[in-house]
Design a protein around this ligand. Structure first.
Ligand SMILES: CC(C)(COP(=O)(O)OP(=O)(O)OC[C@H]1O[C@@H](n2cnc3c(N)ncnc32)[C@H](O)[C@@H]1OP(=O)(O)O)[C@@H](O)C(=O)NCCC(=O)NCCS
Length: 115
């Protein structure tokens, strides 16, 4: 929260799942563009981790895009280490149907809309 304006200028979120009680998942962290460059991302993320101390977690998981140098720098400053990288791919459903052989995607779509 920005003291002068009362506006929210950044956030970080942390999820706890009953299925894995020993783990915390620190998801999105964002600082409004006009306020970047003052290590607010690091400060918010660190403060959230301090809040976790009473929970006695075994592990905190976080992640970001492989090209997000700013967030990676924040994570490494906090001592997180990179354990894996993911490659995500996508394709339209129509393209997949065509690639899967002989299925006329447009026809399937028309049948779906007008059975
Ligand atoms: C990641 C993020 C929170 C870091 O913001 P921050 O805490 O202000 O970053 P820092 O204070 O460490 O800034 C480091 C430098 O990078 C610059 N910078 C930070 N984020 C930048 C961005 N998205 N684009 C361009 N420059 C950026 C800062 O101006 C600063 O430059 P300087 O060293 O010349 O002063 C911020 O970039 C952001 O909100 N990005 C969009 C959301 C996002 O990608 N979140 C991560 C997904 S989990």
């Amino acid at each position: 929260m920005h003291d002068e304006t009362g506006e929210v200028i950044g956030l970080t979120q942390l999820q706890l799942h009953p299925r894995r009680p020993g783990w915390g998942y620190q998801r999105d962290t964002v600082v409004v563009e006009a306020h970047r460059g003052r290590a607010l991302g690091l400060a918010m993320k660190a403060e959230m981790l301090r809040w976790l101390t009473p929970l006695d977690l075994d592990l905190v998981y976080t992640g970001t895009n492989a090209d997000n140098v700013h967030m990676i720098a924040v994570n490494h400053a906090l001592g997180f280490t990179t354990v894996r990288s993911l490659v995500e791919v996508d394709r339209t459903a129509a393209g997949l149907l065509q690639a899967l052989g002989g299925v006329d995607a447009e026809q399937r779509q028309a049948e779906h809309e007008h059975p």
